[in-house]
Design a binder for this molecule. Structure first.
Ligand SMILES: Cc1cc2nc3c(=O)[nH]c(=O)nc-3n(C[C@H](O)[C@H](O)[C@H](O)COP(=O)(O)OP(=O)(O)OC[C@H]3O[C@@H](n4cnc5c(N)ncnc54)[C@H](O)[C@@H]3O)c2cc1C
Length: 425
């Protein structure tokens, strides 16, 4: 639904000329008062927050820059993608996945689930509404959230723009000279157009490893740049997901013991990864995740291809030339294309004027999970805990409960007062 259309349909959100006349900078901005919270982002986190609020009787307005929900999953993920974790750890609050879905739903199934979720809770985001600025107005006590054409005003602002809002694109010496395509994984769909080509994949997180496997399946010749040490774990141990098993073990044992167990069993199942050029960090996988937020890679078959020589492993890139890449160990190899599996970052510092909840450096909450969801003056964050969709569920529930308690004490009352006094005209 377009922004302008939305305003006509949803009457409860009325023009707040009083605020706009004193505080709106641009004469072209309409000013819209939103009685409930404003949520920025209609990905899984924004939808989960809106559903939990609705469940508590609080209406919310979602502003989304794309023209659909879950734009990351629609437009910036590859075809063969499945959820990396079992579905019970990826479902949003209040609505489980359909029972006939497999343990690891496909991207299309996940999108179907999200569409059904939005429909079930009657969530209707305002699409094509990129938030370009949001700041707290100390004089009025409201958040002022601007898109290019409209200024929305509310007591509460929920940031749900995700950890993956902007691509991280590294620069290399000679990058402009390289004659083949250089693309980020957000643009990679499948290995089909790389058949019989020699492709260098830079970055060995879950995406980089899986893209290599996909390239193998389309008869191309992938190589993987492994710059740092990393933990690769089997996706399942003893028929149970490694993630689920870890959560269960952590109920009984400290992180270090569970880490030792995971590494011992991994060694038996997938062997010594050091031998393949994938060196394990000093810290265990769960400790690394909890202290540095670095996610272990769950192997979906890539290791076997590295072992068989179908995927070659290289160290850090030194420089690029017309059709070749020089590595720090002195080797020089020819490549037809380079795929950057170099990850994403938050875009929050580009539009949110707040240095209290969010760090300006990385655009993530300064406080770690489970405390990073609440800021000052009605500011909230959902989906920045580095804990995937499980973190999203926990945070969406906390945020909704917190706002509902305020809404029930004064929010609804204030909203009605606003209508009766005719602030909107
Ligand atoms: C390839 C890949 C596989 C993954 N697999 C899993 C998995 O198996 N399990 C798991 O738990 N997690 C997984 N993740 C993590 C994944 O990011 C989250 O699961 C989920 O998408 C996060 O939801 P979100 O709503 O927080 O962020 P997003 O899905 O990124 O949604 C944020 C939304 O905000 C919008 N937006 C951004 N900026 C603005 C703005 N200024 N104004 C308005 N709107 C804006 C975006 O368009 C987007 O629609 C995966 C991620 C990737 C990249």
């Amino acid at each position: 639904m377009e922004e302008v259309e939305f305003k006509k349909v949803h009457d409860p959100f009325f023009q707040l000329n009083m605020l706009s006349s004193t505080t709106t900078n641009s004469p072209h901005h309409h000013c819209v008062w939103v009685s409930g919270p404003i949520i920025v982002g209609a990905g899984p986190s924004g939808l989960a927050a809106a559903a939990c609020l609705k469940n508590q009787g609080v209406p919310a307005m979602i502003l989304e820059q794309a023209n659909c929900i879950a734009s990351l999953w629609h437009f910036r993920t590859y075809d063969r993608l499945r959820l990396h974790l079992p579905k019970q750890f990826c479902q949003l609050p209040l609505m489980p996945f359909p029972v006939d879905f497999p343990t690891y739903p496909t991207k299309q199934q996940f999108l179907f689930y999200l569409e059904s979720y939005a429909k079930n809770f009657d969530l209707n985001p305002v699409f094509n509404a990129t938030v370009v600025n949001a700041e707290f107005d100390g004089r009025s006590g409201f958040w002022r959230v601007k898109t290019k054409v409209t200024e929305y005003v509310s007591r509460w602002l929920i940031v749900a723009t995700g950890e993956n809002a902007a691509e991280v694109v590294p620069t290399f010496e000679g990058m402009n000279e390289f004659s083949g395509p250089i693309l980020h994984t957000s643009l990679y769909k499948s290995g089909e157009c790389f058949e019989h080509k020699s492709v260098l994949v830079v970055g060995c997180g879950n995406s980089g490893m899986e893209v290599c496997l996909d390239l193998c399946n389309f008869n191309s010749f992938p190589s993987l740049v492994v710059r740092d040490s990393l933990h690769v774990l089997p996706q399942e141990m003893f028929g149970i997901s490694t993630f689920g098993l870890s959560i269960w073990l952590l109920k009984w044992f400290p992180v270090r013991i569970v880490d030792r167990f995971l590494l011992f069993v991994s060694r038996i199942i997938i062997g010594d990864t050091n031998r393949l050029g994938l060196y394990r960090p000093k810290h265990g996988p769960l400790e690394l995740k909890s202290v540095y937020g670095k996610t272990p890679v769950l192997d979906v078959g890539t290791l076997a291809k590295i072992r068989s020589g179908d995927i070659k492993v290289y160290p850090k890139i030194k420089k690029l030339a017309c059709n070749s890449v020089e590595f720090v160990d002195g080797r020089i190899e020819n490549f037809d294309a380079i795929i950057l599996a170099t990850g994403y970052r938050s875009n929050v510092p580009t539009w949110l004027k707040d240095t209290n909840l969010f760090s300006e450096k990385d655009g993530l909450p300064k406080k770690k999970f489970p405390e990073g969801w609440k800021g000052d003056q009605g500011l909230y964050a959902v989906g920045f805990s580095k804990r995937g969709l499980l973190g999203t569920s926990v945070e969406a529930t906390c945020v909704a409960e917190d706002i509902a308690s305020q809404w029930n004490s004064y929010g609804r009352c204030e909203f009605l007062q606003g209508q009766n006094t005719g602030i909107d005209s």
